[in-house]
Design a protein around this ligand. Structure first.
Ligand code: XIL
Length: 370
């Protein structure tokens, strides 16, 4: 209490005696009124960097391990689990009053060789998957409040169809029924391991109304009707503009309307929507710098997406995929042609995107959406 009063007085000193403008809030302070979760993906190796840790703790009330809970890290050998990286993140979150989203139990990428090349029978594979899900979810029972149970199961090349993966293709695990039966089993196993955890299906390029989001919608509706334990859908929201222009901004307005309609139809099924991996990749020069006008357009994208989420009471979290341009996956992913995708620059200075997002969060939910 004492330290809170002191913090208030210090904040007020700037306001009351200084410039006359209100003390600036962090993002996590800005969402207090709306109850929204504001999160970011994190890498455990960076937690020992003072500026990284301070910015993270100040700005966000939720974290998600960027890679630390993927199979190749957490389950490196058939009979060995390694929770050391995940535990570091969960401990950090506990110390700073943040929630933790878990990512991800089933995906076609970042899997260990022993799994991909193991030539297991269907029965063995089902057993391995059940053990993995129950061990990982069980380890974090009560500490990870929401899980991306299955990630990116639908195939962008064949709209509406499930991607070919070891999980889908093995007769007995996948292809029975309408193909989503392996996904259903994963949700049921996760629910058994932690009945309190919120269970999400997470996907790329399904943010707006399109063939992929139609297929996910049909799956989620089916799951809800049959009592399969699914609580939410994650829209990744990796946005990439090689050349931002006014025309593209005009298109963005249409996209935001479509995003909003998509959030509306999913939340009407009784599931929550989380925006799970937002970044807005910009073209960058050899030094990694974006053009000032692109940074302004980027800010507007963050603002519009946040407002779209806030306008639906069932959209309960906005999360960015990292927070400093110093450590963003976009650089290596785009062979260094894109970058500057996040809210803070490489020196932890807030960018226009940060200010725009904070203002949208401060506005909160529109009255009808509360
Ligand atoms: C990315 C990480 O950011 C990188 O560090 C890693 O090398 C590759 O994966 N969709 C997802 C995330 O669901 O798990 C991916 O994360 C980005 C795309």
């Amino acid at each position: 209490m004492k330290s809170r009063a002191l913090a208030f007085l210090l904040g007020c000193a700037a306001f009351c005696l200084g410039s006359g403008t209100a003390p600036e809030q962090s993002l996590r302070e800005a969402v207090r009124g709306s109850g929204l979760l504001i999160g970011t993906a994190v890498r455990p190796a960076q937690l020992s960097e003072a500026a990284y840790a301070a910015t993270l703790a100040r700005e966000f009330n939720m974290v998600e391990p960027e890679d630390a809970l993927k199979w190749e890290v957490v389950h490196p050998e058939p009979l060995r689990f390694d929770f050391s990286q995940g535990d570091q993140i969960v401990d950090f979150a506990t110390r700073h009053g943040m929630k933790v989203r878990g990512h991800t139990l089933v995906w076609h990428r970042q899997n260990p060789k022993w799994l991909m090349e193991g030539k297991y029978t269907s029965g063995e594979l089902a057993g391995i998957l059940e053990k993995h899900i129950k061990t990982v979810v069980g380890h974090y029972r009560g500490r990870i409040f929401a899980w991306d149970v299955v990630n990116e199961a639908f195939d962008e090349l064949h709209p509406g169809e499930l991607r070919s993966t070891i999980w889908r293709d093995q007769p007995g695990i996948g292809l029975a029924a309408n193909g989503t039966s392996y996904i259903e089993r994963c949700f049921r196993w996760a629910h058994e391991a932690d009945p309190q955890a919120l269970l999400f299906y997470n996907e790329a390029e399904a943010e707006t109304m399109n063939a992929k989001s139609d297929a996910i919608y049909a799956m989620v509706r089916d799951f809800r009707e049959r009592g399969v334990p699914i609580d939410g859908v994650g829209f990744q929201m990796h946005i990439s503009q090689t050349q931002l222009s006014q025309t593209q901004m005009a298109n963005l307005h249409a996209d935001v309307a479509s995003l909003s309609a998509n959030i509306k139809r999913f939340t009407a099924l009784g599931v929550q929507v989380h925006i799970t991996e937002m970044d807005v990749a910009l073209p960058v020069d050899a030094e990694g710098n974006a053009r000032p006008e692109d940074l302004e357009l980027q800010a507007d994208i963050y603002r519009q997406i946040a407002s779209a989420c806030l306008s639906h009471s069932g959209c309960t979290a906005i999360q960015t995929w990292g927070f400093t341009d110093k450590y963003s996956w976009i650089g290596s992913h785009s062979k260094q042609t894109q970058g500057a995708a996040l809210l803070f620059d490489r020196n932890y200075r807030a960018k226009p995107a940060y200010d725009a997002l904070r203002k949208a969060l401060e506005l909160g939910r529109p009255v009808a959406g509360r």
